[in-house]
Design a protein around this ligand. Structure first.
Ligand SMILES: Nc1ncnc2c1ncn2[C@@H]1O[C@H](COP(=O)(O)OP(=O)(O)OP(=O)(O)O)[C@@H](O)[C@H]1O
Length: 259
């Protein structure tokens, strides 16, 4: 039987009067890449923050590896890696200092972190900057460091929020391949992105969140067929009720031309 890694029952979150997540039920199984998509403000980050243990203000039940995360200390976090959409790096540190620091937070020894961090930077082609301050890194180099820092402790669950941001086309190919291979190793991956072409290709299962509810759940073929569309972008625009792109673009261009 498939192993449940995440179990969410009747999850609800309110910010004041606003109901941000509405009664979400979800089981996620080992070795799956979940494409987690939805319009801005749909509640994606809110869900991820709960699963990371950063927000305990919710109703319902959330279990990770069978353990209710509300009653736990923070041990379950050792098994989780997170690439946030906007990561705060300690830019005054060099890559070695930063990665050994993060690795030690996850209980790896300094020497293990040092070896692993250097090897991973070498594989991604940035080992020449191992002793350089992060403030001098290009956007893509920083993103590679963030990805390495999320993976150094070999977590079983990975949350990736726009992980390809700032990477060139070659690096994108490498990281996508790494994500697939990690899935093949049995890791469970939440892949959150607004780039539909990538989500469509990489995901085993796609969850579309709108106004705090899951309104589509299935693999790309199922979702495409069910909605009679060719691409995930079309399904997304259709299900989130957006048909005004052309009219908005016309208005925008008209105003630009006016003065
Ligand atoms: N701390 C907060 N206090 C009040 N409202 C909040 C808070 N955090 C999020 N919200 C609201 O909750 C809703 C869901 O936000 P969330 O960040 O989860 O959306 P999202 O799907 O991740 O969006 P995006 O694609 O823009 O990152 C939004 O309406 C947002 O304004």
């Amino acid at each position: 039987m498939e192993e449940k890694v995440i179990e969410i029952k009747s999850l609800g979150v309110n910010y004041g009067e606003k109901e941000v997540l509405k009664n979400i039920d979800l089981n996620v199984y080992k070795g799956t890449i979940i494409g987690y998509i939805g319009p801005n403000g749909a509640g994606k980050s809110t869900t991820i923050k709960i699963l990371l243990g950063l927000n305990r203000n919710y109703s319902g039940e959330v279990k990770i590896f069978g353990q209710d995360i509300k009653n736990q200390n923070y041990n379950f976090k050792k098994n989780i890696g997170y690439v946030p959409e906007v990561a705060k790096l300690y830019e005054n540190l060099n890559a070695r200092e930063y990665l050994t620091f993060i690795g030690q937070l996850y209980n790896l020894s300094y020497d293990d972190c040092d070896k692993k961090a250097h090897a991973l930077m070498e594989i991604l082609g940035i080992e020449h900057a191992y002793e350089s301050r992060l403030s001098s890194f290009s956007k893509g180099m920083k993103q590679k460091v963030i990805i390495i820092s999320a993976l150094m402790h070999n977590p079983d669950i990975l949350f990736l929020d726009e992980p390809l941001s700032g990477l060139d086309a070659n690096s994108v190919l490498v990281i996508k391949e790494i994500i697939s291979k990690l899935r093949d190793e049995g890791k469970t991956i939440f892949y959150s992105s607004h780039i539909m072409e990538v989500v469509e290709k990489i995901s085993d299962r796609i969850l579309l969140l709108k106004d705090g509810r899951i309104i589509a759940d299935g693999n790309f073929e199922e979702i495409k067929k069910l909605n009679n569309k060719e691409s995930l972008e079309e399904v997304f625009n259709d299900l989130t009720g957006f048909e005004d792109h052309s009219m908005i673009a016309d208005k925008f261009v008209k105003v630009i031309k006016e003065v």
